[in-house]
Design a protein around this ligand. Structure first.
Ligand code: ADP
Length: 504
């Protein structure tokens, strides 16, 4: 396949720049990367915009067609290609990456080489148990077990492709440092999307953007291809297997409020393509769904831009204070509980507070600053003034927190993780946050082979799904860092399984 710089690439860059300039919540940066990089070290760096396959190159059929180019879709495409299948990715937006691009934390994994290198004594069983506890016991045990047991291998798989997640920290609800991030502590999303993209380019896997799949074609009860609108034309593409990796429905307020009417006034952190198309299309082939009402709100969202402040910032040592300048909850509790604590405040917002030490450790704060989210001050008193909170309270809060960090004992709220550094080095920082819609935990019912199941629990032949479009893995509350584990582990599995199905 000859690679062409399609006009869409330029258009997508323009759209992204325009959206950033407008401060839109649907910002989806056409992030920089070097296509077809041949060196592993270079796989996630580079400076030019992405290039996509010209629509004229879309064939009438492939072994495997993949709907959506987030982390799950790209992982599936790589695995299917490496298993010998001919593959195409169809993406409805002008840029790839979906919600994955916006993922700010990292990827949870246990018993990894990076944990071992850093002396972190973790186990798959503990990862399983803590995730199950966080999900209130409602997680599908088989799917969760599969994700946990294949997490370390997935970290190695990414590393072998130059995508190295070796900076390990804490996520809310976990007792061990388990969330794996890029070396500089930057947001995982852009790094992952660039790395996967470059590996796809190396393998010459075609990626079509502005390509909206409208239907999964059925033949004799099996998935047999898709209908796609590309270049304003509808085309039927035959496929021996179809992989649905079209993401969740967190940007589709009609569906969100259908399942959870109380979320009517919430902002969403999701990209605008997160409309749940794949769920509806698969349902037409008889697919079953699970946990559709389990919609996660994330506690720390900067409301004006609907932009998420990563949990890893708290994991690195930030605290939450209320409008009086006081701490009010264990910041490292699970997302549902921290969100409820903020919603329980009379003002229903809080501040994420941290210092220069943390600032130097977490590159993702650069992005928050660029977006104008961060309030900065030379002293705690100045910060209190800037936030319009009591100087006395904020000073006492930080002093008490520093004492807790030193004693490794948070007598006030029982926090036990993210206590490796105190808050003592100027400048001091704060970001105003409140909860926002973040992740749809329900979706298509799958088994550990990522086969989509019908209402009788039988696999629909040729139909596979992975990532946020599926349900059951996260139960009633997803732990931060488990979405990336989900998309990589099950995306990869969907690629391998769909490629094997082709050979049957
Ligand atoms: P995941 O985290 O599960 O990989 P993402 O949200 O990152 O999910 O990616 C899903 C991708 O699927 C998004 O880029 C989205 O635009 C794309 N998508 C959603 N619906 C369609 C559709 N009907 N046709 C093609 N692509 C789609």
């Amino acid at each position: 396949m000859k690679k062409k710089v399609w006009l869409g690439a330029l258009l997508s860059l323009f759209v992204a720049v325009f959206l950033i300039a407008c401060g839109s919540k649907s910002t989806n940066t056409a992030s920089s990367s070097t296509p077809a990089s041949s060196s592993k070290e270079e796989a996630v760096s580079g400076a030019s915009e992405k290039v996509y396959t010209d629509p004229s190159e879309l064939k009438d059929g492939y072994d495997v067609v993949i709907i959506g180019s987030g982390g799950a879709g790209m992982a599936a495409a790589l695995a299917a290609h490496d298993a010998g299948a001919s593959v195409a990715i169809l993406e409805k937006m002008p840029v790839i990456g979906g919600n994955t691009s916006k993922s700010s934390g990292g990827m949870n994994a246990s018993e990894t080489k990076f944990q071992k290198e850093q002396g972190i004594d973790d186990s798959n069983d503990l990862f399983y148990e803590e995730t199950l506890k966080g999900g209130k016991g409602a997680n599908n045990p088989d799917l969760l077990r599969y994700m946990v047991d294949h997490s370390s291998e997935a970290i190695d798989w990414l590393d072998s492709m130059g995508i190295t997640l070796n900076n390990v920290t804490f996520s809310g609800g976990f007792s061990k440092a388990r969330i794996h991030r890029p070396a500089d502590g930057s947001a995982v999303g852009g790094y992952l999307v660039n790395g996967l993209y470059n590996n796809l380019m190396e393998r010459k896997v075609p990626i079509f953007v502005n390509a909206t799949v409208t239907e999964i074609i059925e033949k004799d009860g099996a998935a047999a291809g898709v209908k796609v609108t590309i270049d304003k034309k509808e085309k039927s593409i035959a496929a021996k297997s179809v992989v649905v990796t079209s993401g969740g429905f967190g940007a589709n307020m009609a569906t969100v409020t259908k399942y959870k009417p109380e979320l009517k006034s919430y902002v969403t952190t999701n990209h605008e393509g997160a409309t749940g198309d794949g769920i509806e299309m698969a349902q037409k082939l008889g697919a079953d769904v699970v946990d559709m009402e389990q919609i996660q709100i994330h506690p720390t969202v900067y409301q004006e831009k609907a932009f998420l402040v990563s949990e890893a910032i708290r994991g690195e040592g930030a605290i939450l204070v209320n409008a009086q300048g006081n701490r009010f909850y264990n910041e490292m509790e699970t997302r549902d509980k921290v969100s409820a604590a903020i919603n329980g405040l009379p003002e229903q917002y809080a501040y994420v507070v941290f210092d220069q030490q943390l600032r130097e450790h977490s590159k993702s704060i650069d992005t928050y600053e660029q977006k104008g989210m961060v309030i900065k001050a030379d002293s705690v008193e100045e910060l209190a003034k800037a936030l319009n909170v009591s100087e006395e309270n904020l000073k006492k809060t930080i002093e008490a927190w520093n004492t807790s960090v030193e004693a490794k004992n948070d007598t006030a709220f029982g926090r036990t993780t993210g206590m490796d550094r105190n808050i003592s080095k100027a400048p001091y920082y704060a970001i105003k946050v409140a909860p926002g819609i973040h992740h749809t935990m329900g979706g298509l019912k799958i088994n550990t082979n990522t086969e989509v199941l019908n209402k009788e629990g039988q696999a629909i032949p040729g139909l596979y799904a992975a990532g946020e479009v599926t349900g059951g893995i996260h139960g009633k509350n997803r732990i931060g860092g488990n979405a990336v584990a989900d998309i990589i582990v099950f995306g990869r599995q969907a690629g391998e399984q769909s490629a094997q199905f082709v050979k049957k």
